[in-house]
Design a protein around this ligand. Structure first.
Ligand SMILES: Cc1cc2nc3c(=O)[nH]c(=O)nc-3n(C[C@H](O)[C@H](O)[C@H](O)COP(=O)(O)OP(=O)(O)OC[C@H]3O[C@@H](n4cnc5c(N)ncnc54)[C@H](O)[C@@H]3O)c2cc1C
Length: 386
């Protein structure tokens, strides 16, 4: 049996390494100059491989479909397998990283495990099925295989993985669901003056809530809690609690006490409590003059200021789009694949894995776990002779 694996990203490299370990003849095709370009950029170059709290609630899209693969090849099995391939892991709370903290080492070891035999700069332009065999088309001609595993990734970060190859599956009759960028920065008005400020905040969007460091930028908002809440955020309002460790009354009391110091004007009211620039922006947003004496504020005025601290609101005009998104929400419909084998219900012998399917996970290792779990199930099914 000979298998074609298309795409040498997270799922394709892992699939190839598994095929090699099972002594199955395969060819791994890659469009880019080198394998694992996106994988090298993951986790800020440290590669957040998985999460100890893998749970279906952290996934979106055709989640029922993903449950089998994530259960049969969970985070513990992944860590075990990675160790077999020479990648040892370390834990930062729930997040799992390679012990080296280098994403490049993950790519190196996966490439070694599959025999460094990927065909780079060899884009697959078409898949045809004739009889029981598949023909894979590239600029170099056509090659024949018994089975194909398609691992071409999503539309996100075109610079790292070429922006997907959904047409390979849609040309074979599969359906593409609408695509949108996820795990991405948000464009909002009113942040330019705050550019560069980082603050630990609680971020609220709809009924979702995330804690962590928010970064104000010239275009809007970034930082882990923002990326986490970015899915379907366009057109909505996001609210920041800039002092989540204190309640409304505690902050009011703190400010009233400080305002009693005779030399405190409003430009210094937040100084020493919040980031100074952020404090001044809040005063201006509430319509007060920075030169006003703090002891002239009424209780209503204090409430207005604290309201802004606890509930700073931004309208989300848009996201920074696919070119900056870590993942693609949407993809090839999973209804047309078997969850227990990742095999197409339409075309026998055709398998798909990873981000190109309509599954995306939260920030924190959930997407790589999906890439690895789905690749595992696809390989284990594909190598069964029938
Ligand atoms: C900056 C960044 C940081 C991230 N950090 C994390 C993280 O820390 N943890 C986490 O879980 N997730 C992270 N992600 C998401 C994660 O990288 C992806 O979900 C994962 O790589 C998807 O794996 P994949 O194999 O499906 O696709 P990819 O890794 O994108 O691989 C697809 C491969 O297929 C190739 N290809 C496409 N079309 C063709 C074709 N026609 N012929 C041949 N080859 C083709 C592409 O060039 C690419 O190499 C991050 C993403 C980005 C962009």
């Amino acid at each position: 049996m000979k298998i074609a694996v298309i795409g040498a990203g997270a799922s394709g490299l892992f699939a190839a390494a598994l095929l090699k370990s099972k002594n199955v003849d395969f060819v791994l095709y890659e469009r880019e100059k080198r394998a694992g370009k996106k994988l090298i950029a993951t986790g800020n170059g440290r590669c957040n491989l998985t999460n100890t709290k893998i749970d279906i609630s952290r996934y979106h899209g055709d989640t029922n479909f993903a449950e089998y693969a994530l259960g049969v090849f969970d985070n513990e099995k992944l860590v075990e397998y990675l160790e077999k391939m020479g990648i040892y892991c370390t834990y930062e709370r729930d997040k799992v990283f390679p012990l080296s903290l280098q994403a490049s080492s993950v790519v190196d070891m996966l490439r070694l495990a599959q025999g460094k035999c990927e065909k780079c700069e060899c884009e697959v332009t078409g898949i045809k099925k004739t009889g029981k065999k598949f023909q894979i088309e590239t600029k170099y001609g056509k090659e024949t295989y018994d089975k194909v595993i398609v691992c071409c990734g999503g539309k996100s970060y075109k610079s790292l993985s070429g922006g997907g190859a959904y047409n390979l599956l849609t040309d074979l009759g599969h359906t593409l669901t609408p695509l949108s960028p996820a795990i991405v920065q948000l464009k909002c008005d009113g942040t330019k003056a705050l550019e560069g400020i980082k603050v630990n905040a609680t971020v609220n969007l709809d009924k979702q809530k995330e804690d962590g460091e928010v970064l104000f930028t010239s275009y809007g908002l970034s930082g882990p809690p923002i990326l986490q809440l970015s899915r379907d955020a366009k057109g909505k309002s996001i609210k920041l609690d800039l002092m989540p460790q204190f309640d409304f009354a505690q902050i009011t009391h703190m400010l009233q006490k400080k305002a009693k110091i005779p030399y405190i004007t409003l430009d210094n009211l937040f100084n020493g409590i919040l980031n100074k620039k952020l404090g001044s922006e809040i005063i201006k947003k509430c319509g007060f003059s920075l030169s006003m004496q703090a002891n002239e504020l009424s209780l209503q005025d204090f409430k207005k200021l604290v309201g802004e601290v606890k509930n700073m609101k931004f309208h989300i005009k848009d996201t920074l789009g696919f070119d900056n998104a870590q993942v693609t929400a949407g993809g090839i419909s999973c209804n047309e694949f078997e969850p227990t084998s990742m095999e197409s219900k339409k075309i026998k012998g055709l398998f798909a894995a990873g981000e190109m399917l309509n599954i995306d996970g939260d920030c924190g290792g959930f997407n790589l776990q999906w890439a690895f779990s789905s690749a595992y199930v696809a390989v284990m099914s594909a190598i069964k002779e029938n």
